[in-house]
Write a protein that binds this ligand. Sequence first.
Ligand SMILES: [Zn+2]
Length: 506
Amino acid sequence: MAQVEFFTPAEDAQFGEGGWDAVLVVSQDFTLDANPELSQLVAHAASVDQRIGKEPTLLLAPGLAGGRLILAPTGDISDDYEDVRRIYEAAEEGAKMAFRSGARAILLLLDLPGGDPRYLNAPEVAALGCGQGLYLNPDVEDQPQVRIGLMNGQDVARLNALEAGRVAARDLCGGDPEQMAPPAFADYCVSLFAEEPVELTVVDDQEQLMREYPLLSAVSRTSFAVARHAARVVRVEYNPEGEVHQTWLIAGKGVTFDTGGADLKVGGAMAGMSRDKGGAAATAGFMKTVAMLRPKGIRIIAELGLVRNALGSDAFVPDEIITSHAGARVRIGNTDAEGRLVLADLLSHLRQDAQEAVSPRVFSIATLTGHVVRAYGPYTGVVENSVARRGQQGQLMQQIGERWGEPVEISTLRREDFAQVAGRSESEDLLSSNNGASVNISRGHQFPQAFLLKASGLDKHQLASDQPIPYLHLDIAAAAVEKRDPLYGKPTARPVATLLAMMEEL
Ligand SMILES: [Zn+2]
């Protein structure tokens, strides 16, 4: 499936050994001290072309692999406010230039001064940038295989597993509303994991879904009538060999298309809503990476809620009161706040798993709110429950995300957020949302976690409880798709790389 594959090239590969057909150098200033041949080529070119070091350029380089030397400048990375995305983006542009020039076997060399902790993972991030640049949607028929030779000693097996997960995340997030409708999304997962050591279950029975995922099924209610749009819950479980030291439980929002439902998105706000499945897509991608790497000591259970939020005669409407899987009576405030309904039932099932699990941690990953986009621009917002906050889990994720080019902003859950979702009458325990676009409401990306805690029963696992459970909610509404074109641009596969690095550090 992966179009890009990483390799460790032989030492003399840059001079044409092994069939490589381009050398791509990512650098700030192209000093290339350890590589005098390249350094000389760059100096000659710079004497006749002032673009060298300022924009991506291709040099004719007889004697080098394929005769092509591509220079991808990062710009000034010494500035205090820069981060490793400079390297990611330079590699992305350089790989695209190499590909367009005809190269299909590209040697990647990163030339950076050492010692800056911000750039600790720069060699790996550069490789992932190449993968991002070369990725094509799966419906594009011509998908040439591209080999990338990594010349900085990167861990090739780890990067190939990461790239396979990122390809799956991008495929699933980017597919159009029919290509990746809930049953098609589930089918993709079945083939994605067919050869992997995971247990995969697809819940497709309407009665079972309505019984066990009542809030999720309310969102899907009018879509059940159309077989190819009917809801699915995909559960993927990875069990390591040997002893388990920690358990991760991840809920992914997979709203395959969001019309807003009865609270219809109007005024042109509906386009791009096929990307409302980015959380489930990233979760599936992360599970693919895990399945390929088979880490020891950690057990991971993911539940993906795949639903089309459609408008029709059987659509759920505001004011309805629906009892969640965990037993909370939820009054619907606005049908366009459907993601939290999908997640709440998934989280309730994962809560039951967590109660039996070794050292559990819960995550939800979702393109949840317009508010996080307004508040944080292109960044992921992470909201911690009290237990995660005490353990500084958000900070850990922020530090790791920074190093992997997937930056994260930390938000604080507060009492106002619980007041926001409190029931307004004796008939309900919770109000799912206020009635307006989250983008216009203060604390619009924080208070959904208060709802998720209450509606899933995870609020019973606070610091003073018998079993405190840390829970991080990731709102990736701004981060799931490249910022340059949020409606139709490439999915980013965030935060798959961060989750993997976090798993390895915990
Ligand atoms: Zn919505």
